[in-house]
Design a protein around this ligand. Structure first.
Ligand code: 4NP
Length: 151
């Protein structure tokens, strides 16, 4: 079982979308996909309504997901940790217990634009179009990730 964790700040906008998208592209018998936030603001909350609606418009259901906070035990469980932006990346790296942990952490858009260190913009304070834009970015990245992991 390969275990993949998607990480953003709140775990209600970007990472639940990323979780739903990547899950839909990988066989569930050999891949586990989860998400978490670096902050604890939205622990036990469902995803933001706008993420739920955007996911539904692409045939994905994410309303059952609940927010949780990233913690250093996640390094024990997960093989790959994709962070949505540079701030999440630094936050997760800071919690690494050993060098091997750091190697698991990647910026998700580097899958699409290698070495550019681009952020998936936080859509929390933007309108609905921000969420569709995030969906498109994540879909492109997750397509590449799933192709890599299954080839
Ligand atoms: P996310 O977006 O990190 O993509 O889930 C956010 C959601 C909530 C907050 C910040 C970012 N917040 O400050 O409450």
């Amino acid at each position: 079982m390969t275990k993949i964790l998607m990480v953003c700040l709140g775990n209600i906008c970007r990472s639940p979308l990323a979780e739903g998208i990547l899950k839909s592209k990988l066989p569930s018998n050999s891949f586990l996909v989860d998400s978490a936030g670096t902050a604890n603001y939205h622990v036990d909350s469902p995803p933001d309504k706008r993420s739920i609606i955007t996911a539904r418009s692409h045939g994905l259901e994410i309303s059952h997901l609940r927010g949780r906070q990233f913690n250093s035990d996640d390094f024990e469980v997960f093989d790959l940790i994709y962070t949505m932006d540079n701030s999440n990346y630094q936050n997760v790296i800071r919690q690494a217990r050993k060098e091997e942990d750091k190697l698991k952490v990647k910026l998700i858009l580097n899958e699409v634009y290698p070495g550019k260190d681009l952020d998936v913009p936080d859509p929390y304070y933007s309108g609905d179009q921000g969420f569709e834009n995030v969906y498109q970015m994540l879909n492109e990245a997750c397509e590449i990730i799933s192709n890599k992991l299954t080839s």
